[in-house]
Design a protein around this ligand. Structure first.
Ligand code: NDP
Ligand code: KAL
Length: 257
């Protein structure tokens, strides 16, 4: 078995800056020899993505703008990727969004609009993107998404995003069943809290991290590279028998009652 990703191409969606979990995944895939394709939603992050990719020695990366709320944008992006590189071997979906005012206070007050926005961007987008990517994955491959414990249990302030992650987790299983016949595996990583742009300004992140340091089996917070290396595992042939799985990379916090 060859564990190198030499000669393979992966799409990484959701790098906003150097703290993004997607950037941790990009580095792990790059270190394993993969060619990378980056997608970003907001134009203001294009420079940041291009500058980061330029720091990867010998990487000949490609870049596309893709807003996952827009079917046309998704279709065009993957058509363009097909024209430019032909086959891809996998995809990392590292995308979530909820309106800030839905991420505090009582879940009971979740608005219809806020509920739909969170589910549209954070859950449905995985299915939309998987459907667009499938024709490009003619040699089989892997799809990985990012989820959080708040989809399994009630975590204060995570609110509507928790319900969206529960929907995402179920989508992983249904997509694994749909795409297994094409030798495409679909899995999720449930990451422990990492201080990213998304995490900024929502909830009391310091006290969440303190709790991890005190109570998680490994007594330390999750790092970007730990998630990156598990994504590499899930996108490589090392995990060839694994699909529909949700792997916790969270210092073991999820087992603590
Ligand atoms: P980042 O803020 O770095 O990344 C979030 C990304 O979502 C951004 O790149 C943003 O792109 C993208 N995004 C939002 N809306 C859209 C859209 N309409 N179309 C395309 N992309 C969009 O945060 P993280 O790295 O923390 O988040 C990545 C994933 O990890 C998310 O699914 C998150 O829920 C999950 N996660 C994070 C944890 C953490 O502690 N940080 C823990 C567990 C899971 P843009 O800015 O260009 O719109
Ligand atoms: C319990 C935790 C504390 C934080 C509570 C909610 C976190 C929700 C995550 C969600 C993705 C955050 C947002 O959507 C933020 C958004 O409203 C404002 N930010 C932005 O628009 C920035 C500029 C862009 C880049 O962000 C996005 N997302 O597009 C959860 C913690 C402990 C773990 C986390 C952070 C989990 C997670 O899912 O991210």
């Amino acid at each position: 078995m060859n564990f190198s990703l030499e000669g393979r191409t992966y799409v990484v969606m959701g790098v906003a800056n150097k703290r993004s979990i997607a950037w941790g995944i990009a580095q792990s895939l790059h270190n394993a020899g993969a060619r990378l394709i980056f997608t970003y939603a907001a134009e203001r992050f294009e420079k940041s993505v291009r500058d980061l990719a330029a720091s990867l020695e010998g990487q000949d990366a490609l870049f596309y703008q893709c807003d996952v709320t827009d079917d046309e944008s998704i279709t065009e992006t993957f058509q363009q990727i097909q024209n430019d590189v032909g086959t891809i071997h996998g995809l990392a979906h590292c995308i979530a969004f909820a309106n800030k005012d839905e991420l505090k206070g009582d879940f009971l007050n979740t608005s219809r609009d806020g509920f739909l926005t969170a589910h549209n961007i954070s859950s449905y987008s995985l299915t939309a993107v998987a459907r667009a990517a499938q024709p490009l994955m003619s040699e089989g491959g892997g799809i990985v998404t990012l989820t959080y414990l708040g989809g399994e249990r009630v975590v204060p302030n995570y609110n509507v995003m928790g319900v969206a992650k529960a929907s995402l987790d179920a989508s992983v299983k249904y997509l694994a069943e749909s795409l297994g016949q094409h030798s495409i595996r679909v899995n999720a990583i449930s990451a422990g809290p990492i201080r990213t742009l998304s995490a900024k300004g929502v909830g009391d992140f310091n006290s969440i991290l303190k709790d991890i340091e005190e109570r998680a089996p490994l007594r330390r917070p999750t790092t970007q590279d730990e998630v990156g290396d598990t994504a590499y595992f899930l996108l490589s042939d090392i995990s060839r028998g694994v699909t529909g799985e949700i792997i916790h990379v969270d210092s073991g916090f999820h087992i603590i009652g």
